[in-house]
Write a protein that binds this ligand. Structure first.
Ligand code: ASP
Ligand code: MG
Length: 464
């Protein structure tokens, strides 16, 4: 049994929803469909709630009207029966009331936010369920608020797994057992007391993973608008191609470099239960996609992907006081912490430490604060390259091969952790394209002519 999640762009238009229905019908194993709000709707709901709270009631009302109109038009384009339209009306009227309440009252603020945010998935899931029509028995809409049980941490609620599993067993599993298709909204849930909650922005993937884990699915499919993860950023390297298989740890390493496809933590519930997650393109369903599993699949090449990031700043900190002293690193990192600056790569020797940051806004203040106890220099315009692959752990020559693959380009920093599923290298920004191209040619040699078509619009080993 497969749980299939469709993101905002995969439900945004009548054509997209027809494609969704076709995909689900063609894959008999898909029994549960989790959907996001139509692309852009959650953003609009956020702006609307902001406006309502700030007392800009007219603006909020206009946004509500736009949302209602967009869903009404979608239902009409799909030729849906009046029940669907009635539903949209009801939800829209409820939305209007909530906005008024938001303008008037301050108590229970985040609770109200969740009631407004939930509207996107409530509407999209209703429409998608209706779009299955009556052919082959249609689909059953299930209110995700009666299935996804969460704590009361509004706007970023955490699921209560045991309770959610019980609800899935009672409200979803029997329908699945009868061979029905069940449609529910992602992102939303409710507390045990029935207050509507949401799981945090982008939470539909999380919903799908929780539902899949709770039902013991064999696969979770994440349908989106890119083909999957790529071997490199195609804007940097010509000939980047799809990564067919990836371990969870590898996917997490790549995510830092711009993963918009999915946030690795959202699929943890699936990984914990050994359920593979596939990323698939709803516009090109014939493409194989990328499959993420808890452990690294065997049989792939030595590296899985090359990620990169431009506009990195390096801070070199040297102090003879560091020699044999304890507490030095703590002092250094406290300075970065003060300024809310995230440190990404760190290398140390006995008397120096170098770190990279990709948000250099506070760099001058940081340097000023470090100067009293260390010599500090900075290099702006550097670039990070990250070679990812669990074989870096076993194949001891691989690290040397990666460095050799740079063909003598100057290396500013090198970092490999004990877990060794990645090797991170800092090079000058001007050398990035050459470095990436050399490494890609070496570890991902071009496929024979007539091979796979270029994958659609994904970046940095990840999607746009
Ligand atoms: N609609 C929600 C959001 O935009 C959840 C999701 O799409 O995953 O954040
Ligand atoms: Mg999304």
């Amino acid at each position: 049994m497969t749980v299939a999640k469709f993101g905002g762009t995969s439900v945004a238009t009548a054509d997209a929803i027809r494609r969704l229905v076709r995909i689900v019908h063609q894959r008999r194993d898909v029994r549960v469909v989790v959907v996001s709000a139509l692309a852009g709707v959650t953003d609009l709901l956020v702006a609307m709630a902001d406006a309502a709270e700030a007392g800009r009631v007219q603006e909020a009302r206009e946004s509500a009207e736009r949302i209602r109109e967009r869903h009404r038009r979608l239902a009409a384009d799909l030729g849906l029966p009046a029940v669907a339209a009635d539903n949209i009306e009801q939800v829209a009227i409820g939305l209007g009331r909530r906005l008024d309440a938001m303008a008037e009252r301050r108590d229970g603020r985040l609770r109200r936010w969740d009631e407004v945010l939930a509207v996107g998935e409530l509407l999209s899931s209703r429409i998608v369920a209706s779009a299955f029509g009556d052919a082959s028995g249609g689909a059953d809409w299930v209110d995700a608020r009666r299935v996804m049980v969460t704590d009361a941490d509004h706007t970023r609620a955490q699921p209560l797994m045991a309770e959610t599993r019980d609800c899935l067993r009672v409200r979803v599993a029997p329908l699945v057992a009868e061979g029905r298709i069940v449609v529910l909204g992602g992102f939303i849930g409710a507390t045990i007391d029935g207050a509507t909650t949401t799981l945090g922005r982008g939470g539909s993937d999380y919903s799908a993973a929780i539902v899949g884990a709770g039902l013991g699915a064999s696969t979770i499919d994440i349908w989106t608008d890119v083909d999957g993860m790529l071997t490199a950023d195609p804007r940097v390297v010509a000939g980047a191609r799809l990564v067919p298989n990836l371990s969870f740890a590898e996917a997490s390493e790549l995510a830092y470099f711009g993963a918009k496809v999915l946030h690795p933590s959202t699929i943890l519930p699936a990984m914990a239960q050994g359920i593979p997650v596939r990323i698939l393109n709803s516009r090109r369903p014939e493409q194989p996609g990328t499959r993420i599993t808890a452990a690294a699949p065997a049989g792939a090449g030595p590296l899985r992907a090359l990620a990169c990031k431009r506009e990195i700043a390096v801070v070199h900190i040297t102090s003879t006081r560091m020699l044999m002293a304890h507490g030095f690193l703590r002092r250094v990192f406290e300075v970065f912490d003060h300024h809310g600056t995230v440190v990404d790569v760190v290398t140390t020797s006995e008397v120096s430490v170098s770190v990279t940051v990709d948000d250099a806004r506070a760099i001058d203040a940081i340097v000023a604060e470090l100067r009293p106890f260390a010599d500090v220099t900075t290099d702006a315009g550097m670039a990070l390259i990250c070679a990812v692959g669990e074989q870096l752990r076993e194949q001891h020559h691989l690290c040397a091969e990666v460095l050799d693959g740079l063909g003598g380009l100057p290396v500013r920093m090198v970092s490999q952790s004990a877990s060794r599923q990645n090797l991170t290298i800092v090079v000058g920004g001007a050398d990035l394209t050459t470095a990436m191209t050399r490494l890609h040619d070496r570890f991902f040699p071009p496929v024979a002519v007539g091979g796979a078509a270029a994958p659609a619009g994904a970046i940095a080993g990840c999607g746009v």
